[in-house]
Write a protein that binds this ligand. Structure first.
Ligand code: NAD
Length: 257
């Protein structure tokens, strides 16, 4: 297994869980050029390197939790060498997502904004709530993350919003509201609002509200650590090893759809 972004918050947890695993082994670890930890030994014979192409020669699957540019670099090298990839990085622009789709024509890729099993059940429940409650209920999402998170709103919140729209019915125009200020006018029917809070060291929390007349439904997920994301990514890595080329998500890994 190759871990890219190995000295980051998620990369460290992945390497720690791999050290405890009997089935999966850390075979290579990547960081950005110039990182202070390059050369550090993370497992027997595995030193943190910046050379993606060389690191790819000794592994079956690559897992990347880095930034969008670094993740695309890794995917380019993986596509050239036919290595399946699990991508946890968030914050890709639409044109970068298109690049990932092009790589997925050559290698299998699991791309997921959130690898937690329970959050993927939340996606499923949000889709069902969107379908069952329809436009009569106003959907709003609140997410909370640590102060160092660099993208907003979270990829998970955007995925929840997408799932609600999928549940409400295909073909409708999506209306995502990411900010409200001044004379906004009344809330548009069918809109999905997302509010991002940032602070402290919180690994992640998402609540979706469905506001009706005189009642409301709330679905919440709260992370206490990052280990469930890392465990989910390792599960996806085992799942994708022998899949054909294509773009997959974590709901497919879990058999939720
Ligand atoms: P982090 O900043 O702690 O770690 C990212 C690491 O990637 C850093 O060590 C950085 O040096 C490294 N990096 C940057 N460019 C690189 C390159 N070209 N090659 C190799 N490494 C490179 O961030 P984090 O909290 O670990 O989160 C990383 C990403 O994962 C973010 O996009 C975050 O939103 C996302 N995330 C996803 C999930 C999920 O379940 N999908 C869970 C948590 C975080």
């Amino acid at each position: 297994m190759l871990v890219a972004g190995a000295a980051g918050r998620m990369g460290e947890r992945l390497c720690a869980l791999l050290a405890e695993s009997e089935a999966l082994v850390l075979g290579a670890a990547l960081e950005r050029p110039g990182h202070a930890a390059l050369g550090r030994e993370l497992a027997a014979g595995v030193r943190l390197t910046e050379n993606a192409a060389a690191a790819m020669t000794s592994i079956d699957v690559a897992i990347v939790f880095a930034n969008p540019a670094g993740s695309l670099e890794l995917l380019r090298a993986a596509a050239e060498q036919g290595v399946p990839c699990v991508v946890g990085t968030t914050g890709f622009r639409p044109d970068e997502k298109k690049e990932i789709e092009a790589f997925a024509a050559r290698i299998p890729i699991v791309l997921a904004a959130n690898f937690s099993v329970a959050v993927n059940v939340l996606f499923h429940l949000a889709r069902e709530a969107g379908r069952l409650l329809g436009d009569g209920f106003d959907a709003e999402i609140v997410e909370l993350h640590h102060a160092a998170k660099v993208d907003a709103p979270s990829g998970t919140a955007l995925r929840v919003a997408e799932a609600i729209d999928e549940g409400r019915g295909a073909g409708r125009e999506r209306h995502l509201v990411l900010a409200r200020e001044g004379e906004t006018g009344a809330r548009a029917p069918g809109a999905v609002g997302v509010l991002a809070l940032r602070g402290g060291d919180h690994p992640g929390e998402h609540t979706v509200f469905f506001f009706g007349q005189g009642e409301r439904l709330e679905l919440s997920h709260r992370s206490a650590t990052r280990d469930h994301f890392a465990r989910g990514a390792l599960r996806a890595a085992a799942w994708i090893a022998d899949r054909p080329a294509g773009l997959y998500d974590m709901e497919q890994v879990l058999g939720l759809r």
